[in-house]
Design a protein around this ligand. Structure first.
Ligand code: NAD
Length: 294
């Protein structure tokens, strides 16, 4: 597999460059951040990391780096893996009550002895910059949520940025998680796409994927998708993050599908950086909402 830079060089017109789009989103926040600072507010996000899962440590570091680039204050709380649910809830409540904190994120996955739903519900819906509070998730249906989940929102932004029409398109999403597939399905329906959402029990997924104008894969199964899954001219969004022969890769076998697709997001350098940029945008918007309510 060729690395990301040579892909951009070789297939530039086909690549949806996540790093470039993330940089655009981050730079477009500058005006809002300056406005907040002129009003005495530094947007602030707290990230809670439980344990030392290596992937989570990297994701949290990426978020801290993005916050530093944007001029957002970023604080990390590292808790032991055996922390009790009550202790975690107390910590979240402290942050909910702190008027200097605008965004709270608990890095997933969390240890199995803690009820993830309870934690998501405990975060104030006004500080829910990950967009996983049921109140904000519910508002996706009406298209007026204050905080859309970062990965699905990032994917919609990437398609918009690339001038890819959604209305009337057959969109096939592989994966139905609460983090990606489910909210993304609704967000794309809100844009009048015809959406099919597949899961591990779907029979013959090729039947579905071969009809896709836009194929979005979020399974975490390395190179699940090859050229036999895509029709000519398809737009492919690869959300998956996996490892093959020690290298990061996505759900999509890039080298196999590149001949057929009209556009594709690479891994790495695709959906990941945009997800982080959207988190920054949600944090800035949380701070703006705080200012307008105070
Ligand atoms: P998940 O395990 O919660 O859900 C996976 C979904 O894929 C399930 O609905 C499952 O039924 C489906 N699935 C699995 N194998 C399948 C198969 N062979 N055929 C059809 N469906 C299949 O995972 P998740 O949290 O949604 O994450 C999915 C992937 O996306 C992971 O690799 C994760 O690391 C990545 N991810 C990336 C970002 C990012 O910012 N780039 C953000 C979130 C998740």
């Amino acid at each position: 597999m060729s690395d990301k830079d040579s892909r951009i060089e070789d297939f530039g017109d086909k690549i949806i460059d996540g790093k470039k789009i993330a940089a655009f989103i981050e730079s477009s926040l500058k005006e809002k951040i300056d406005y907040l600072k002129n009003n005495g507010i530094v947007p602030c996000i707290y990230v809670i990391l439980i344990g030392d899962n290596p992937a989570s440590v990297i994701y949290v570091r990426n978020k801290e780096n993005a916050a530093n680039r944007c001029g957002i204050m970023s604080k990390k709380i590292v808790l032991p893996v055996n922390i009790s649910e009550n202790e975690l809830l107390n910590k979240i409540n402290e942050l909910n009550d702190d008027s200097l904190v605008h965004g709270i994120l608990v890095q997933l996955p969390i240890p199995p002895h803690i009820d993830e739903n309870k934690i998501m519900e405990a975060i104030s819906s006004n500080k829910d910059v990950d967009g996983f509070h049921p109140f904000n998730e519910g508002k996706i249906f009406t298209g007026n949520s204050s905080f859309y989940p970062c990965t699905p929102f990032g994917i919609v932004k990437m398609l918009d940025y690339s001038n890819i029409e959604l209305k009337g398109k057959n969109v096939v999403i592989i994966g139905q998680s609460i983090i990606v597939g489910k909210p993304l399905s609704i967000m794309l329906m809100n844009r009048n796409a015809t959406v099919s959402a597949l899961n591990i029990y779907t029979n013959n997924i090729r039947c579905w994927t071969n009809m896709a104008d836009i194929l979005i894969s979020a399974t975490g199964k390395a190179h699940l998708i090859n050229e036999s899954f895509v029709k000519d001219g398809c737009v492919v969004v690869d959300v998956g993050i996996a490892k093959l022969d020690g290298k990061i890769c996505g759900d999509v076998d890039f080298d196999s599908v590149i001949k057929k697709v009209s556009k594709i997001t690479p891994v790495p350098g695709g959906v990941g950086p945009v997800t982080v940029a959207v988190l920054m945008e949600n944090t800035v918007n949380a701070a703006l909402q705080f200012l307008s309510n105070s």
